[in-house]
Design a protein. Sequence first.
Lengths: 569, 446
Amino acid sequence: MEYILKNGIVYDPVNEINGEKKDVMFRDGKIVNSVSDSAKILDVTDKLVMPAGVDVHCHLAGPKLCVGRLYRPEDERKGVKPKTDITRAETGFSIPSCPATGYRFSRMGYGTVVEAAVPPLEAKHTHEEIIAIPNIDIPPLTLFGNNWFVMQFAKEGNIEDLAAFVSAWLKITKGYGVKIVNPCGSEAWGWGGNVHGIDDPAPYWDVTAREVIRALAQANEMLGLPHSIHVHPNDLGHPGNFPTTINTIDCMKDIKKNSEYRNQTIHLTHAQFHCYEGTSWRDVTSGAQPVADYINKNDHVTMDLGAVTLDETTTMTADGPMEYDLYELTGLKWANKDIELETASGLVPFIYSGRNPVHSLQWAIGLELALMVENPWQVALTTDSPNAGPFIRYPRVISWLMSNKRRMEMMDNKEVHGWAAKKSALATLDREYDFYDIATITRAAPSKIYGFEDRGNLSVGSLADIAVYDLEPNNFDPTVNAAAVENAFSNALYTIKDGEILVKDGEVVKVVSSNHVHTEVQGFEDQEKRILEQIMPMFNKYYTVKFENYIVHDHYAEPSTVYKVNASK
Amino acid sequence: MAYEEPVKDYDKIVENCTCAFCGSNCDDLDILVKDNHVAGVRHACRLGASKIMEDEDQRLLVPMVRDENGELVEVDWDTALDKAAELIAGSIRPVFYGWSETSIEAMKPGLELTELVGAVIDNQATICHGPTVQAVQNVGYPLMTLGEVKNRADMLVYTGSNPMNAHPRHLSRYTTYPKGFFRRRGRFDRTLVTWDPKFSDTAKLSDIWVPFEENGDYGFCNAIRAVLKGKELKQDVISGIPKEDIYELTEKMKNTKFGALFFGLGLTHTLSKQRNIDIAIQLVQDLNKYTKWVLLPMRGHFNVNGFNIFMSYEMGFPYGVDFSRGYPRYMIGETTTIDLLNRRECDVFMVIAADPGAHFPGGALAHLANIPVIQIDIHWGPSTEMADVVLPGTFIGVETAGTSYRMDSVPLYMKKAIDPPETCREDEWIVNELLQRVKNIKEASK
């Protein structure tokens, strides 16, 4: 099938197309530069056209989500929508059911969404959920930061063996890249403890976060994986944590990048939660400035926001000790899920409110970071969904970034607490994102960060993943129309995935299976075999499942998109 | 126990099969196969082995439909499936119950059928760990995988459950006896505690047995929480336990390095029901102020947890989900099986991989006897006596491969070791056939 998207106003930062009126053509799921006369014409004259959205960090499929859904029927009862002839019923707000997750991303014009944390032992579960989520491609990131084997290799400084282990485990779990969450801290949570800062060693293993992060980064670059290490640093959500954040990214400075497409060697995730100054929640202030200053001076780091949206939501992270802290703070129901030899995790419902001083400050910090980091290619828009807010609020965050008027209005009208203006620099920042910047932080930069050359852009040969929004950039001022911006980005005029129209006028018109997107390292097979033989005695002794039953069988990851990585390059 | 000669006469061994009995889902079974029959099983407990070995006993082998005389007569697959599809398509308030002893793969078309006809879908949690799920929704869910316990735990508490009888390898494979990474001496490095009014087989093996009174669970947990919070106990004896013992035990629990609490139906089905679990969970949460504690419900069937997980990710609710309004509703007491039967709402009942005939209360059964019942199962049981259509399935984990979730939510792909009997069909195939046939009927009547 051939199509022409006619006369749209196109924003495609990868190709430096900034609001040009032009046609986008695609055939058999790919962008092409010409089509035959029989091509179907989709007239989008003067409408906003972008590549489909790419989300760098979202929790949308896997065991944590399922604990959330199981123990929060109060959340599931929000957002209920009956089935239609095309779609199944939807439930949930912050932790929607799988079908709802797919439909909602699709309605917002998204095409690829990264699942940010997969414990290898339960990777099958994540892939089962990906099967149940329609309409978006999902690359899962595999958790490595508290894995016993990893900590052992890091302690020995044995990078080649670690690289072999990472390569093997990415295949076993059908994962895309390396995720590190509170390195050494989640292991300490095995004993009810935590680590503080990057030089506080894990109990027994006697290895520090600095050593683990550096070792994994070196292994990542040895393999030449398309994505860099993806790091949730220590001390998340603690007042005074910003030095830990800077130390974490700074310890990567000398590591050499081995990838042509991406620029960074470390991706700092949900930065908002890592930029607090002060000693307690009483004297906390924003620590966004020093972190943004560091990022502005260094191009080996990229970050995503983790912007707070001021909603009732469900926090969930592999940072087990943090969730217990949060439970002690709020008294709301605490769930925990420690995974043998691999990681911890926890959940607590959370009610962000504009009346609360701390939440308002968090809201301000998320926006501050986006406005203080000068190069939008180092920024990706996320809410660490559902931690700082559910993903359906991305359009609202976009509207805030585009309108200083709206931000000031919220602070003036007391929609947020006075701390937002008093303890952060948000009120002094009048920078406003334009559509080109928005396309950068939601499409181009995310795909570059992940090394996706075939999406997040409208280059010839790329996937025909395209979003059209019902806004006319040439006749519309987003700086004074925040509500209209939010509405348009929430309900795409068209969402096209692999050349098929999945959403029209904000409604899902077609449902397709999601692709499981993973990497496969080639040229490391001998090392992988040797390392598997070497660790098998320990595996057999201390895991409670057999290796044969531990791996994710191929049929759990179909259909799939596999990015082959040549490790010898 | 008489000595039995080891089985030596077999053609091949299928290694690392997953046991399809209890929620322990031991995945280290070696099934010995001779002429496409199970000749022996290695590593399984007596429960698992007997289920796998004696599977042929009372096996349902052919589809059956009940005739005008009330006798089940053998029919071909088409007749039986058409009859079942007709019943489902013509029903107003169908309930599809069971699912805990079949694979996730079979649940998928089952849910699709549920959504198509607007039925209620429910599993055995509705009569076993339902109160646990309610409590989890009240206060939280501090869990772990069983390997965490194996490698770290130095104190184990079992309450309201008797794993030596019901989950026989739980202690030996996961919690008490294995040599863990930080518990190199296995049993010697751990303290085993049983809280149970009965001197159960688990209590007999325990270092500490706390025989609180029947229905004393809530009071006992409450007393420990009070002591933890620094309160003084005003009564000398609480729930039948002297207060000195409670002080001593609390101190021990505070001073472990890693404790794990396992609870079963003894807690969910005594006087205070879900409130027992509420307080047990809160106790574990309180203990985390001092040291590391986790808990886990002792799930019964090998995929009872799997159904709750499956329904949660597909539709947002764990069990008892009603689609009659075109969107899922979950309201305990309203959309749950026993209540629907007691209120005589249900007009067609399909049971798959469960035996309500053996487990449901009399009132619910009385209604079941009056309405059409479709059974998908591998064995003749009390439910077969009530069934109007019988569809013989295959044995997941032995004859058919499939996915299940262990009690701690670890997903496992269960292998197949032998081929199913020729006349039987896989659960997934049967449910899919029903789905297609019901679709056809609905299309035709449009």
